[in-house]
Design a protein around this ligand. Structure first.
Ligand code: PLP
Length: 372
């Protein structure tokens, strides 16, 4: 990857060396974790070791952890499986939450994308139907962190359950499920240095869920289907790694200082509030996000125009729309996200390529004003 600056960790992080090694070792294990013979028991032991690591990672007992095929499935299991009549979710949630159920109702956010707590309380006070509140720990596009402990405190006062999509937060900031008081959380391995296609729904033991895939009753009847042993082992190993996010934050801050020096017309979303240390989402008016992503790609810089799941579609970010950002900025927003293998060279490569785009826009604007 030496000639490439990979800066799209919020889409998928490169696999950490410890997880790669654990996966390679696990490939030699041929047993099915449900088989009772020795090889099966060996496979199960590997899986249970990984469950311990994932549980410890978010400070819960391992029996709270149920492996799934990723964050999307964990979100769907929590939202569809909880049996609550009403589902209140923030309007900046990932599509995995927004599209998990037809009865999802959205909660308003402020200009930084933070859930309005008074609005949440009003909604709970004025309607006593059994409710699940689902709010993400940190946004995948802006990196803005939600006040989860406060949300839990309000929701529990009205007997609502709280699910938190922690997919982007874990590994980037401290995340202690018990300290926050969440009832259910979703995790995804490939956002934290593990492989794609594996994640977990973590829940308090007293919360009863309806399985969405029953099959052969694996995962204590909550998620049928032979477990993705290789993926689970990689997930467990990734959960043991500690990234130095102060180092990553210094790189992100350096990038932001440099781009702000290029033009006064660059907006960084969520700049003044608590954000993930690795994420920067910003807009340069006058050049669409897609054009910027393509130009940077040609320069060997891999970034994204928002959430990976919606890139490819020419559609402004629903997150920015919920924050009240106008089309002019929303249509030109790009996201840079860093991680364990990011270095100063990546930042310099990005800034060099981005400076050319800024120049292009400035040239276009001055040609326009000359013609006027
Ligand atoms: N939730 C959030 C906040 C995400 O960013 C993503 C992926 O981008 C998901 C859920 C979906 O996770 P997965 O890709 O593991 O299905």
């Amino acid at each position: 990857m030496s000639n490439i600056a990979y800066m799209d960790y919020n889409a998928t992080a490169p696999i950490v060396p410890g997880a790669t090694q654990a996966i390679v070792d696990a490939l030699a294990c041929i047993g099915n974790p449900s088989s009772v013979h020795g090889m099966g028991r060996k496979a199960r032991a590997l899986m249970e070791d990984a469950r311990d690591c994932v549980g410890a990672f978010v400070n819960v007992r391992s029996d709270w952890v149920f492996f799934t095929s990723g964050g999307t499935e964990a979100d769907a299991l929590a939202i569809k499986g909880c049996g609550r009549e009403r589902i209140l979710v923030s309007s900046v949630e990932h599509a995995a939450v927004l599209n998990a159920s037809e009865v999802v109702e959205t909660l308003d956010v402020d200009a930084n994308g933070i859930v309005l707590l008074d609005g949440l309380e009003d909604r709970l006070k004025n309607d006593s139907r059994p409710t699940l509140v689902s709010v993400m720990a940190a946004n995948n596009e802006t990196g803005v962190i939600q006040p989860i402990a406060e949300i839990v405190e309000i929701a529990h006062r009205y007997d609502a359950l709280v699910h938190c999509d922690a997919v982007q937060a874990v590994g980037k900031i401290d995340f202690d499920m018990q300290a926050l008081g969440c009832d259910l959380i979703s995790l995804s391995a490939h956002k934290m240095g593990g492989p794609q296609g594996v994640g977990a729904l973590v829940k308090r033991p007293e919360i009863k869920l309806q399985a969405q895939i029953s099959g052969g009753g694996q995962e204590r009847s909550l998620r049928g289907g032979t477990e993705n042993l290789i993926g689970i082992v990689g997930f467990g190993a990734a959960a043991k790694e500690k990234t130095n996010f102060m180092r990553v934050k210094a790189l992100r801050d350096d990038l932001e200082t440099q781009i702000k020096g290029l033009s006064d017309d660059i907006i960084i979303f969520g700049e003044t509030v608590d954000r993930l240390p690795n994420t920067s989402f910003f807009a340069l008016r006058g050049l669409t996000s897609e054009r910027q992503v393509m130009a940077l790609d040609l320069a060997g810089v891999m970034i994204s125009s928002g959430s990976a799941c919606s890139s490819g579609k020419v559609k402004a970010s629903h997150v920015l729309a919920a924050m009240g950002v106008g089309d002019e900025y929303a249509n030109s927003a790009i996201r840079v996200s860093l991680g364990w293998d990011s270095h100063k060279d990546d930042i310099d490569k990005f800034v060099q390529a981005y400076a050319k785009l800024v120049e292009r826009v400035q040239q276009k604007n001055s040609n326009r004003s000359d013609a006027a």
